[in-house]
Write a protein that binds this ligand. Structure first.
Ligand SMILES: Nc1ncnc2c1ncn2[C@@H]1O[C@H](COP(=O)(O)OP(=O)(O)OP(=O)(O)O)[C@@H](O)[C@H]1O
Length: 328
């Protein structure tokens, strides 16, 4: 793998968190890369470890969490032992962040402009004088009408969609190399979701952004991603370039997620959507064998043994029921 082209490289990232009945092993040796200009989507149901993976990259894990990784590097810089002051210079500067709920990302007592300018002044002290012009420019870039007037408004004066645009503008203020977006459209109305998604696609194309997008929604991933990473039970169970993934999904969990998509069920109007029976595992303590086994229609006794990822080209899958061809 050519690490030089990678904005972000993650190898064997592992996260555990304290819990009253033991430790939650939320992320179990996951590996992936995000290349320049590429969008990687981490997909999976709630509780699969997606958010903890993002938080681990940013070192924003809850108190008592333990993080280990073989590699965790941003533009070749090792983030594993980076000091908190170094990480503060990286977050908001080299890595922009967008979270699910725009209201929690914005300070209700500061105007939109003050918040955008604060990010710029902190990371670009020598260019302080340009902060206001930059804030107005970025509000315009994310499609906020009348940015010179909007800059003086408070978050509560804006709709949910406009607030999320402000958060996106804030993430982009310092021209980051990478944006990490955790469920950026989930808290929004359906029509606004589509607009925000279009905006992310557009910004990615215009600015050549690298984007790590976390979503439970494969339909979103299909529209935005260059590369899909499917997580289940804290592990990567499949990853592949997007076209390849949708042409040839291999893991029974991925096939289950695809079966839940309304668009993948032509002629099923009026019929209930498919669901994957059962629930995600608790992730407390150690687990042996395939984490999806209890919900899998194809499970066999051999699945109780530990299953390694197998690979063909850029397609990886963690299932021994799948026989990969030599080259896909
Ligand atoms: N603060 C915490 N303390 C202990 N365990 C936690 C904490 N936050 C999350 N977990 C556990 O870590 C595991 C992974 O959670 P995570 O939030 O990463 O999942 P997710 O796939 O992002 O789901 P969601 O979309 O619901 O956030 C879950 O078992 C969850 O219960």
């Amino acid at each position: 793998m050519n690490q030089a082209a990678n904005i972000l490289s993650v190898r064997d990232l592992d996260v555990s968190l304290p819990h009253r009945s033991g430790r939650v092993h939320a992320v179990r040796k996951i590996s992936f890369d995000v290349k320049r200009g590429e969008t990687v989507c981490i997909v999976g149901e709630s509780g699969c470890g997606k958010s903890m993976s993002a938080m681990a990259i940013l070192n924003l894990l809850p108190r008592g969490a333990e993080r280990n990784a073989e590699t965790l590097s941003l533009l070749g810089e090792d983030l594993r032992n980076a000091s908190e002051s170094r990480l503060r210079r990286i977050r908001g500067n080299k890595i922009g962040m967008i979270f699910q709920e725009p209201l929690t990302a914005l300070n209700p007592s500061l105007t939109v402009g003050e918040q955008l300018m604060e990010v710029y002044r902190r990371h670009r002290p020598q260019e302080k004088a340009n902060a206001r012009a930059r804030a107005i420019e970025m509000l315009g870039q994310v499609g906020i009408p009348d940015p010179a007037e909007r800059i003086s408004q408070y978050p509560h004066q804006l709709s949910g969609g406009l607030r999320q645009r402000v958060v996106i503008a804030m993430a982009m203020m310092c021209e980051p190399e990478l944006i990490i977006a955790d469920e950026p459209t989930t808290a929004l109305d359906v029509t606004v979701q589509a607009q925000i998604l279009r905006l992310l696609i557009d910004l990615k194309q215009r600015f050549g952004l690298a984007l790590l997008l976390i979503t439970h929604d494969l339909a979103i991933a299909s529209r935005v991603a260059d590369h899909i990473v499917v997580m289940y039970g804290g592990q990567v169970v499949e990853q592949a370039p997007t076209a390849e993934f949708f042409r040839r999904p291999l893991h029974p969990y991925s096939k289950g997620l695809l079966g839940c998509l309304p668009t993948s069920q032509p002629g099923r109007h009026g019929q209930p959507l498919q669901v994957i029976p059962g629930t995600v595992p608790s992730l407390i303590g150690d687990m042996t064998g395939c984490t999806f086994m209890s919900r899998c229609k194809e499970a066999q006794p051999a699945c109780a043994a530990n299953i390694e990822l197998q690979r063909s080209g850029e397609h990886w899958v963690r299932c021994d029921r799948v026989t990969l061809p030599e080259a896909l």
